[in-house]
Write a protein that binds this ligand. Structure first.
Ligand code: PCA
Length: 185
C-alpha cells in the first residue's frame, strides 16, 4: 500500500514544526511504501503542491499532519469546512477572512481515514489520542478540505484526512504516526 504523508514547515515565528519533525522520523514499515512531503504554511500553495504530489505518486492513502500546539494529545480530525479565516498571516503574508476555499464546493467533508481504528492503535501504543471536530480555519483545515475535495472530484479510491499533533518532539509522535499508517489496512 502506498501512503503519502505530509508535515508542515514552521510558522508563527517558530524554528521548527513538530509535524514535519515527526513525519521525517517515521521508520520504514513493512508492507507500505511511504512518501513524505513537506508543505508550506501558505493558503492554496500547500494544496497545489499536495495535489501535484498525489498525481505523481498515486497513493492509496494520504495522511496530512500539522501542529495544534494548544492541544494536549493527538487529534484525528473528523471534518474540514469550506472556510479560510486566518488569525495570523500565513508564511506568504496572506490573511484571508471569512473566505470560501471553494466557491462551488460543499460546506464540509468528513475524513475518509479509519478514525476510530487510528485512535485505538495509538492508545494501545501508549500515546493519547482523540477525535477532534474542528481542524480550525487556517492552513491545516484548508489542506484537509482541498485534499478531500480533490479525492471526491477525481473519483479516485484514496483514503484521506488530517491529524493534528501536540507540541511534542519525543519519539512518541513518529510512533503514533506509524500506528496510523498500520491502521489503514
Ligand atoms: N498548523 C497550522 C498550520 C500549519 C500547522 O502546522 C494549522 O493548524 O492550521
Amino acid at each position: 500500500m502506498k501512503v503519502l504523508l505530509t508535515g508542515f514547515e514552521p510558522f508563527d515565528n517558530a524554528d521548527i514544526n513538530p509535524s514535519w519533525e515527526a513525519v521525517k522520523k517515521i521508520p520504514e514499515i513493512s508492507g507500505f511504501e511511504l512518501k513524505k512531503v513537506l508543505l508550506p504554511v501558505v493558503f492554496r500553495k500547500a494544496s497545489a503542491l499536495l495535489i501535484s504530489e498525489i498525481e505523481k505518486f498515486s497513493p492509496d492513502a494520504v495522511i496530512c499532519t500539522g501542529l495544534a500546539g494548544n492541544r494536549d494529545r493527538i487529534t484525528v480530525e473528523r471534518v474540514a469546512i469550506n472556510i479560510e479565516d486566518a488569525r495570523i498571516p500565513d508564511n506568504d503574508g496572506n490573511c484571508p477572512v471569512d473566505q470560501l476555499i471553494s466557491s462551488d464546493g460543499p460546506d464540509a467533508y468528513f475524513t475518509t481515514l479509519p478514525m476510530r481504528k487510528i485512535i485505538s492503535r495509538m492508545e494501545e501504543a501508549g500515546v493519547k489520542a482523540a477525535v477532534s471536530n474542528s481542524a480550525g480555519t487556517y492552513v491545516c483545515n484548508d489542506i484537509m478540505y482541498s485534499l478531500l475535495r480533490y479525492i471526491s472530484l477525481s473519483g479516485k479510491d484514496i483514503k484521506g484526512g488530517f491529524i493534528h499533533l501536540p507540541d511534542d518532539l519525543t519519539e512518541s509522535m513518529p510512533l503514533a504516526l506509524t500506528e496510523a499508517v498500520k491502521a489503514l489496512v
